[in-house]
Ligand binder design. Sequence first.
Ligand code: F6P
Length: 529
Amino acid sequence: MTHWTTLAQQYDATKDRAITELFDGSDRAADFTARAGDMVFDYSKTNIDSATRDTLLALARDSDVAGRRDAMFSGARINETEDRAVLHTALRNLDGGPVMVDGVDVMPEVLATLARMRNFAHDVRSAGYTDVVNIGIGGSDLGPAMAVQALSPYHDGPRCHFVSNVDGADISDKLRGLDAKTTLVIVASKTFTTIETMTNARTARAWMREHGGDPTRQFAALSTSEDKTADFGIDASRVFGFEDWVGGRYSVWGPIGLSLMIAIGPQAFDAFLRGAQDMDRHFCAAEVHENLPVLLALTGIWHNQICDHATRAVLPYDERLGMLPSYLQQLEMESNGKGVQRSGANSLRHTGPVVWGAAGTNGQHAFYQLIHQGTRVIPCEFLLAANGHEPDLAHHHQLLVANCLAQSQALMKGRSLDAAREIAAAKGFTGAELDRQARHRVFPGNRPSTTLLYPKLDPFTLGQIIALYEHRVFVEGIILDIISFDQWGVELGKELATSLQPVVEGTEDPSNQDPSTAALVSYIHQHRD
Ligand code: F6P
């Protein structure tokens, strides 16, 4: 019998069991909690029991997670459809020794680029720049934008802005009010061909020229393509290169993180890298049953592939992690939203879940109604710091913590019909109306959640958190036998957008399009100002 079959049977046998029962007579709260340094992952409020956990751990072992992990860290070409190594971990390997790709140690180059970034960041921070505008999209935007927001208490450099959307509204709103003479524009694009980024970069260059700035001095580029950055007119001294073994959604650790480094300073950026390196070491050294990335992945596999809960909510009770759900959407859904296995055969089961969420407590006043009483079960992943950054507002933090803990408790315990009837009776309802009112106040409960706790959202911890999720995605991908590092699913739309451009502009006949698209184009043409 395969582990998948055993897991399915274990699910069938336990799906109606109350999670609360699992705590009876056991030390489950401790037993279903794992640590990496100061970070704690509690998965006790799930329906995973010891037998299920054993099967999940066996699944991880037999999927050769350890062997594939070692292959990734040692520079093997595990991105098979693009024939590339996957070595974002080298970017944070500050004191970890050589990393070989095709027989060459890449660390001297990585450390030299990091040293150039530090010098550049230092110069920008002391040269009177008021603002930095990072122009990029996807991995060239979400990582630095999320991290800059997350670490705002550590900002002591110029203000940072992020332009990503090709919608002119984005760049127009972001540039409004900026002084072109004291603004640095960073064009962040691994390929330096992405249409959104290159369009925004040209618009920013024209804006700077028009408003008295000097793009020949005030533009920098982050890319794997030195030729294309030179063609754009950016001097090599302000170009920070990286290799194709850094995937876009894994690139915040190197040059793509330059805006973050300018915002918080090179020293704090080092702490960010060290946090990630710390998680890398944990991932490589900890036994599977104590290994946070493995346990997060197995919890995800259990909820998505076995229990068939198609989405997972990421709920940071940490306002500054408000962009984490968007960041994880790219990291998880671009990595594991695949339909075929490594061999090219159709996937045997559903792959990556839909990832979504928002910062607490705001989400409580928006979508938690559905999480608590809706007909679908949504596994929730809470993130919470023991400390905030506002000592004068400690009471806010206590409230925040209480709310986070209350939500996972409410999801697990729910509220029975009897308890709901008491509440309705206390409100004065009687007879059939009491029954009706009570039924609206029932919470089914038994809804799974996990909680990730950390002391404080500082640069080191943020590095740990992001690396934790990167490795979680990796482990899920290995278990699902898919390739997590390519993204062919974004190509078709890009190609069609290019061929539709002349149709939209009116220089090509829309009648060659499918009837729906032709009708939509016709509406746009008719209503164009
Ligand atoms: O959306 C596809 C994608 O290739 C992402 O993987 C990547 O992060 C993004 O586009 C931006 O690419 P680039 O950094 O090459 O502009």
